[in-house]
Design a protein around this ligand. Structure first.
Ligand code: FE2
Length: 266
């Protein structure tokens, strides 16, 4: 955890830009939601084709039975993903930072490639839970190399759905793989190791501006946000360009739109 990594000005700029993106977003008839508890929802085409785009996803509880938003759009969006760091000038500027390159090198990742960015809102009252998982499930490389950078844009605590982690859990095996192939998309169990007991989970309570660095094998989750306060965060996922990136990972980049590093390499 690196407190005060991001300046209040940078945090404000990201929050302002996210609000603009949501304001510009047209709510579709069949509104896309994000769920880790229901793989069928997650496998939605809208999600699977968002790796090289900037798209908004709604909270599962954002809609009433008749399909109308319960609250205003800006209080209903779950996240924006997944190529903000490449496509949006404000997020690109924030995400290309020599300090992040230095962190990657320190962690032994000599050629960091940023595959994914997400702006997570964790809305008041309806912010959905994200159950125990390891991020390497979604970014499988050989050897494992995915690392998550989690930038707190607001204070995160027990009441508004902060991250919970298992201390030392990065030494446990990868339990699941999210696979996309000709047969569709699915979560495959690859190791029988159970998820940690509730008593093993430690909350990561942080202030706005803190950067949390998560090992790709670290089991973590976040509880629903039932509080009146949102819990905005921005995340980046990078892998080592020297590791084998699985062709069955949901997020694929092309030669025309490659995953870049944190600094421009001439
Ligand atoms: Fe995660």
């Amino acid at each position: 955890m690196l407190p005060d990594f991001s300046s209040p000005q940078d945090v404000a700029a990201l929050r302002r830009r996210a609000a603009e993106i949501v304001a510009d977003f047209e709510v579709r008839e069949r509104a896309p939601v994000f769920s880790t508890s229901d793989p069928a929802v997650k496998s939605d085409e809208y999600f699977l084709t968002s790796g090289d785009k900037v798209r908004c996803f709604f909270e599962e509880e954002a809609f009433d039975a008749s399909g109308r938003l319960r609250a205003s759009k800006d209080l209903s969006v779950n996240k924006i993903g997944h190529a903000l760091h490449d496509l949006d000038p404000v997020f690109a500027r924030f995400s290309h930072d020599p300090r992040l390159q230095a962190i990657a090198l320190e962690l032994g990742v000599s050629d960091p490639r940023v595959y994914q960015s997400m702006y997570i809102f964790k809305q008041p009252h309806i912010g959905g839970e994200v159950g125990w998982h390891q991020d390497a499930t979604y970014f499988f490389t050989e050897p494992h190399s995915v690392t998550t950078l989690w930038f707190a844009l607001e204070a995160a605590n027990r009441s508004n759905g902060c991250l919970w982690v298992q201390r030392g859990g990065h030494r446990t095996p990868l339990r699941e793989r999210f696979v996309v192939d000709g047969a569709g998309s699915r979560l495959e169990r690859i190791d029988a190791m159970p998820w940690p007991e509730q008593g093993e989970a430690e909350p990561l309570e942080v202030e706005a501006g803190t950067l949390v660095v998560l090992h790709g094998l670290l089991p973590h989750y976040s509880a629903p946000n039932r509080s009146p306060v949102s819990r905005h965060a921005y995340t980046l996922h990078f892998v080592d360009g020297g590791a084998g990136y699985a062709k069955t990972n949901w997020l694929q980049r092309t030669a025309e739109f490659p995953a870049r590093g944190f600094v421009e390499v001439p």
